[in-house]
Design a protein around this ligand. Structure first.
Ligand code: TA6
Length: 294
């Protein structure tokens, strides 16, 4: 369907899960609704849908570089590009019961090759499962014809919608080491209980488990993040001061959003020509009897 600014909008609906649906603009998921039609991702009230400006919210794709960890623009160029529907997707094991999915593909533009001289095929399948779970499966292949390997870092920069950031806990990152972007990316160790939020946070947690939980107290809802091929997890909230410096983010948005980003950063992925990397993210939102303190 034609979406904002004439950008092609793709809508996924899963018949067995009532009002569950997913909106995509190119490779960018901007909306994920559960079976009651509740919006589960945060999209900034000031988001700009005009390539090459990245859309503020949803699930921006950081490739070939996370943040400023490398030579190209911050978070790379994949999130700023117009993707195509993949006419010849690779056969994927139908391990997911979902029949609501779309296969997309991105190849480098001439400009991209100037910034990052590597040929690649970046295929992504976005699927909405019968329980309303959202799965993004990325497959990145090195198609260099000159025998050159390449390395990249990657993140699904997911913006979760939360009722009140001061009543959110993240479980699964306890006792892990992290790099703190607010302290010169120095390495620290997380303490022994769930992470809570009362100020700006911008951390890359290292060697994280495949499952991370984000508990929203007011909604009695837990987001479950399951990931494969993505060892790290970034936790980011700009809080009030930093928010005011981000032109496409509402001043109050930080109260109702939290980024928990499945990522591969500490150890970049290296591919020889012909090799392919797979990074899979599965998001679900389940009722939780979360009570602060337990
Ligand atoms: O993932 C956290 C982060 O790297 C923050 O440092 C902040 O820059 C955020 O990404 C947003 O980046 P963006 O380029 O989308 O404004």
């Amino acid at each position: 369907a034609k979406g904002i600014n004439g950008l092609d909008k793709i809508v996924l609906r899963e018949s067995r899960s009532r009002s569950a649906e997913v909106y995509l603009y190119g490779g960018h998921v901007t909306s994920w609704k559960n079976e009651n039609g509740d919006e589960l991702l945060h999209l900034s009230s000031k988001a700009i849908f005009k390539p090459p400006k990245p859309i503020r919210g949803g699930i921006p794709l950081c490739f070939p570089q996370f943040s400023n960890y490398g030579p190209v623009e911050s978070h790379g160029f994949a999130r700023n590009r117009i993707w195509e529907v993949d006419a010849s997707p690779p056969p994927l094991p139908s391990n997911s019961s979902s029949n609501a999915f779309v296969d997309l593909i991105l190849r480098p533009t001439e400009d991209d090759l100037k910034m990052w001289p590597n040929n690649f095929e970046f295929r992504m399948r976005v699927a909405l499962g019968s329980e309303g779970e959202l799965t993004l499966t990325s497959r990145i292949r090195n198609t260099n014809s000159d025998g050159k390997p390449f390395s990249f870092t990657f993140a699904y920069h997911t913006y979760f919608s939360v009722s009140d950031i001061s009543e959110v806990r993240v479980e699964g990152l306890e006792t892990l080491d992290y790099l703190d972007k607010l302290k010169n990316k120095e390495r620290f160790t997380e303490q022994g209980d769930a992470i809570t939020f009362e100020s700006e946070i911008d951390r890359i947690y290292l060697s994280t488990p495949t499952k991370i939980a984000i508990l929203d107290h007011e909604k009695k809802r837990t987001f479950v993040v399951r990931k494969e091929g993505l060892a790290d997890a970034v936790v980011w909230n700009p809080w009030d001061k930093k928010s005011k410096t981000i032109s496409d983010l509402g001043d109050e948005d930080y109260k109702h959003m939290l980024c928990v980003e499945a990522a591969a950063i500490e150890r970049p992925i290296t591919l020889k020509p012909g090799e392919e990397w797979k990074g899979r993210l599965e998001l679900s939102a389940v009722p939780s009897s979360y009570s602060s303190g337990q």
